[in-house]
Design a protein. Structure first.
Length: 143
């Protein structure tokens, strides 16, 4: 299933994935990949990243519980918008879920992603500091 809101760089439309429409497959920016794009498949239990680097194709499979959690990120310009990422300890493996939405709407979607994936909710402040807001059920089961 392709996500309707996920378009390549330069499209002018923001990434906007629905947590209740999994599985989903979508392109995302990847500065280290050929064409600066990668293909992502996401469902409730796993993530598959496909990319090519210098012509070498690679596929990375990760369990969803390998991710740190769902992080709400304020707009870089300090405006009333936010983004959401599926955060991994290795930033190169983190996955955008929502890009530049109104902050109140982003907060609702952020909580929905946490419930659907069972991951902890994290919040980044404008200074870049991150704090855990709520432990996820996967964290509690594995912890």
């Amino acid at each position: 299933m392709e996500a309707g809101g996920a378009l390549p760089a330069g499209s002018g439309r923001a990434l906007r994935l629905d947590p209740f429409a999994l599985p989903v497959r979508f392109p995302a920016r990847d500065a280290g990949a050929d064409g600066q794009m990668r293909q992502i498949e996401l469902d409730r239990d796993r993530v598959v990243l496909r990319r090519a680097v210098r012509g070498m194709r690679m596929k990375i499979r990760l369990a969803v519980d390998a991710f740190v959690g769902i992080t709400l990120v304020p707009a870089e310009d300090g405006g009333p918008a936010a983004s959401i990422i599926l955060d991994h300890a290795d930033p190169a493996l983190s996955i955008p879920l929502l890009d530049h939405a109104p902050a109140d709407e982003a907060a609702l979607i952020w909580r929905a992603w946490g419930r659907v994936l069972g991951l902890s909710l994290w919040q980044r402040d404008p200074a870049g500091d991150v704090r855990q807001v709520c432990a996820g059920r996967r964290t509690l089961q594995n912890g």
